[in-house]
Design a protein around this ligand. Structure first.
Ligand code: AMP
Length: 217
């Protein structure tokens, strides 16, 4: 199964991607996570990407396409994958389509998670994550057992720099600018599956499985 997850920041793409990855045994490919690793390691890509990320803007398409194509070449993606955060623009969608056509494994579906801007801001301003295992928590909806400590490995939780409210508003604006043409692109190909993501994690997970009925391996 080759899946793309779309939705604004805070829609729960990462959380649902992780669950789908466990369920279907295929990797979650999060472009945001890959970029943050590059930033942390101080690679050339990380240095270049950081300025965009700090402003809540998109990293240029050519950089993103090269990074994702490299990642898809990894053998763990041979049996399928879940793209979380890519494509975000029409040129990225075209590049992905061409690459998958060459490999004769077209996308199975594009799941779009819908939430309101207010809910996105509310979720992101309470989001904390584990720097080690990447689990995310929400102090309001899904708090860890011990304050700001990861349930799984005891690591202190951190906030993402770009989850600060002004940057979140910028990220939401950039998302809505790019979304309409991207939506048209996938609508024309009949790949869309909409999921109302304005609910707790478990319910959104059930809706997602429902939306993917008929595609399961
Ligand atoms: P995310 O973790 O998906 O919210 O991504 C964090 C940031 O990484 C975004 O705000 C962008 O600056 C950058 N980014 C991630 N994926 C992409 C992409 N497909 N195209 C452009 N920029 C991206």
């Amino acid at each position: 199964m080759q899946l793309v997850l779309l939705g604004p920041p805070g829609a729960g793409k990462g959380t649902q991607a992780q669950r789908l990855s466990d369920r279907y045994g295929i990797p979650q490919i999060s472009t945001g996570d890959i970029l943050r690793e590059h930033v942390q390691e101080g690679t050339m890509l990380g240095i270049k990407a950081r300025a965009y990320m700090d402003r809540g803007e998109y990293v240029p398409d050519d950089v993103m396409v090269e990074m994702v194509m490299d990642r898809l070449d990894n053998p763990d993606a041979d049996g399928g994958f879940i793209l979380d955060g890519f494509p975000r623009t029409v040129p990225q969608a075209h590049a992905l389509e061409r690459a998958l056509e060459r490999a004769a494994r077209p996308l199975s579906a594009v799941v779009k998670f819908d939430i309101s801007d207010d809910m996105a801001v509310r979720r992101l301003s309470n989001r904390w994550g584990c720097p080690l295992c990447k689990r995310t928590y929400n102090l309001e909806f899904k708090p860890p057992a011990q304050d700001k400590v990861c349930d799984a490995d005891g690591t202190g939780l951190e906030r993402r720099a770009d989850d600060e409210e002004l940057t979140v508003r910028r990220r939401l604006a950039v998302y809505s600018e790019q979304m309409a043409p991207l939506e048209r692109f996938y609508e024309e190909r009949g790949l869309f599956r909409d999921v109302d993501a304005q609910a707790l994690e478990e319910l959104v997970a059930t809706r997602t499985i429902e939306a993917l009925k008929g595609l399961e391996p």
